[in-house]
Ligand binder design. Structure first.
Ligand SMILES: NC(=O)C1=CN([C@@H]2O[C@H](COP(=O)(O)OP(=O)(O)OC[C@H]3O[C@@H](n4cnc5c(N)ncnc54)[C@H](OP(=O)(O)O)[C@@H]3O)[C@@H](O)[C@H]2O)C=CC1
Ligand SMILES: C[C@H]1O[C@H](OP(=O)(O)OP(=O)(O)OC[C@H]2O[C@@H](n3cnc4c(=O)[nH]c(N)nc43)[C@H](O)[C@@H]2O)[C@@H](O)[C@@H](O)C1=O
Length: 320
């Protein structure tokens, strides 16, 4: 059994690789770095898939970033993600790959979808402008999988992660997501002895956060589901599966918790000039629960593990 993990040096791909190595010792796991194989290059992906002919593909490679990055580089977010998914999914099919898992995002749902958001809320309303290009690419990824399944009988599956965080995250001060951004900002403020930390936006948006080890476990759970169970719990035209905790907090509550975890004793300030983005995007996770998976690591524990990882001098914190 040969499994190709695309994006293995990223936060989710890295967690998936660790769990595969621990649980599938018999499998041959294939990886390539971005420098070794640019997945936006159609010919390079075709040559790689024809040479490797993996049995399974886990597509965790993508152009990923927080609200500021999405709002600043929309062309990169739509182009890179469309190219990566089109190349990997099409070339996997040409190489006879039977099973593939595509990672989308909770941002595929309409800005004002009823909460919690069920899988059938997809394409029922306008998207959040700050990440619409990325969301369009991710929706196209789901439809690529579904279209190859319908026309060619492949078994290409899609999971929609909520906001993720944990070891291996991107800690870039501007382009990162809120959890790594605030872990770093509170840590540096504590080290400098600052009296205040500025948090972007109003603090009122709500977000759901899933620890990356849980995401990796859920990804492999869905990837390994027998086809009958997967089909019985999903719809061929709405085949994606939400992955989250089913609980959310305000950004203010998140910032206060991170401040406590870091041990910062100053005050919070909110910068209203920064975008809030979607007011809320809580996922309905009952479909995945019905299949037999629920999350394990709560937010406080996950933040404590993430902060320990961030401050561990034995590795370089990635910033892209
Ligand atoms: N993090 C989050 O909160 C969420 C993530 N997701 C999805 O989960 C998946 C994984 O995200 P995450 O692990 O956080 O992202 P990361 O940015 O941590 O990892 C993405 C990986 O993809 C690689 N990559 C990017 N572009 C290319 C390319 N053209 N060719 C080859 N490799 C490439 C990156 O390599 P390099 O850095 O060297 O360019 C990196 O290793 C993505 O599909 C993302 O959309 C969904 C919802 C939330
Ligand atoms: C996973 C998800 O991630 C993105 O959407 P997002 O959830 O809006 O992402 P975010 O984590 O960047 O922000 C969440 C909230 O947090 C607030 N916030 C406060 N202070 C900081 C801060 O310092 N940095 C950041 N990034 N946000 C901050 C910020 O203003 C916003 O209200 C898209 O990639 C989307 O496509 C997607 O898939």
């Amino acid at each position: 059994m040969k499994i190709y993990v695309a994006g293995h040096r990223g936060m989710v791909g890295g967690a998936i690789l660790r769990q595969l190595e621990a649980t599938r010792p018999e499998a041959e796991i294939v990886t390539r770095t971005h420098d070794q194989l640019d997945l936006s290059n159609q010919a390079a992906v075709a040559d790689f898939m024809q040479a490797q002919k993996p049995d399974e593909v886990i597509l965790a490679a993508a152009k990923v970033g927080g609200i500021h990055a999405n709002n600043t580089y929309p062309a990169e977010f739509i182009y890179e993600n469309l190219m990566i998914e089109a190349n990997v999914i099409h070339q996997a099919f040409r190489a006879g790959v039977e099973r593939l898992l595509f990672l989308g995002s909770s941002c595929i749902y309409p800005k004002r979808a009823p909460q919690p958001m069920r899988e059938d809320a997809l394409l029922t309303g306008v998207l959040e402008p700050t990440n619409e290009p990325y969301a369009i690419a991710k929706i196209a990824g789901i439809k690529l999988c579904e279209s190859y399944n319908r026309q060619y009988g492949t078994d290409y599956r899609s999971v929609m992660p909520t906001n993720l965080y944990g070891p291996g995250d991107n800690f870039h001060p501007e382009n990162s997501h809120v959890v790594p951004a605030l872990l770093r900002r509170f840590h540096e403020a504590k080290q400098r002895g600052d009296s205040e930390v500025v948090v972007w936006g109003s603090g009122t948006p709500m977000r759901e956060f899933l620890y990356v080890e849980d995401m990796a476990e859920a990804s492999l759970f869905v990837a390994n589901l027998d086809p009958a169970t997967y089909r019985a719990n999903s719809d061929p035209m709405l085949s994606h599966i939400n992955v989250g905790t089913g609980t959310d907090v305000t950004i203010r509550e998140l910032a206060e918790t991170i401040s406590e975890v870091v041990g910062f004793t100053g005050t919070l300030a909110f910068d209203a000039s920064k975008p809030d983005g979607t007011p809320r995007k809580l996922m309905d996770v009952s479909r995945l629960a019905a299949m037999g998976w629920t999350y394990k690591v709560g937010l406080r524990e996950g933040l404590e593990r993430s902060y320990a990882w961030f401050t561990d001098p034995s590795h370089e914190n990635r910033m892209v």
